[in-house]
Design a protein around this ligand. Structure first.
Ligand SMILES: [Zn+2]
Length: 241
């Protein structure tokens, strides 16, 4: 088989391999993308849960205040009924002081209960907003996750059929040439690269090193496979446009 045709086949093989590499790279990026999405969802859920937890605490503290208020009022009532039973002036005065303090404390508790109720109203409105935001976020998460899952499936099947087609193509080529190609590709990432014409100075576009004029002449002649002296990549001269 003439070298020109071999070279043409290697370029074709490299195109197929580059295409497969792109599929693999995209496939590899999908799990991290999914993980990021999941992290975002967890964060949103965490914020909603934290809000609900704070709301529960606020409701509990309101209940505590109400209980305390009842006890305080009962205490005051008890002291008021005791007023009729005490004879000593000191004891009477002490009871009056207790009643006064009880009423004052009850007033403070009522203020606290009102504040807690207002806080609960605001918190409930905020909870509704956060829950709606979370529901929207979760829905878009599910849409995106489903799209990624189907993309993954498509990539896997394209990769499999592409790999089979590539292997069948490679099997029809000169096997020593294919091994040389694969060896260079493994080391350099790309095995075949163009000779770059920099105004009469020729360089390897793979490693950017200057090429010997003889190497350029050989690559142009296409009688044999020519490799770069520096990086060993297989060279081809692009068709003039
Ligand atoms: Zn090179």
């Amino acid at each position: 088989m003439p070298a020109a045709e071999d070279l043409h086949h290697l370029i074709e093989l490299q195109k197929k391999d580059s295409g497969l590499d792109m599929l693999r790279a995209r496939l590899k990026a999908i799990p991290a993308e999914l993980e990021n999405l999941q992290d975002g969802l967890d964060e949103e859920r965490g914020a909603l849960d934290a809000h609900r937890e704070a709301q529960k605490k606020l409701a509990l503290s309101r209940k505590d205040l109400e209980l305390e208020l009842r006890e305080c009022e009962e205490g005051t009532k008890k002291h008021q009924s005791e007023l009729n039973q005490v004879k000593a002036n000191d004891a009477f005065k002490a009871l009056l002081t207790e009643i006064e303090e009880g009423k004052k404390h009850a007033g403070e508790l009522e203020t606290g209960i009102l504040a807690a109720m207002e806080g609960l109203d605001a918190s409930a409105a905020e909870e509704k907003k956060l829950a709606a935001e979370f529901a929207a976020f979760e829905k878009s998460f599910q849409t995106r996750a489903a799209a990624l899952a189907s993309e993954k499936q498509g990539l896997e099947s394209a990769l499999q059929s592409g790999q089979e087609e590539r292997n069948a193509f490679a099997a029809g080529l000169d096997q020593s040439l294919v091994s040389k190609y694969e060896h260079i590709r493994k080391q350099r990432g790309t095995a075949v690269c163009a000779v770059r014409d920099q105004g009469g100075n020729f360089a390897c576009s793979g490693c950017n090193m200057s090429l010997r004029p003889q190497a350029v002449v050989a690559a142009k002649k296409k009688d044999a496979i020519t490799q770069c002296d520096s990086c060993q990549r297989i060279l081809f001269v692009p068709e003039a446009k």
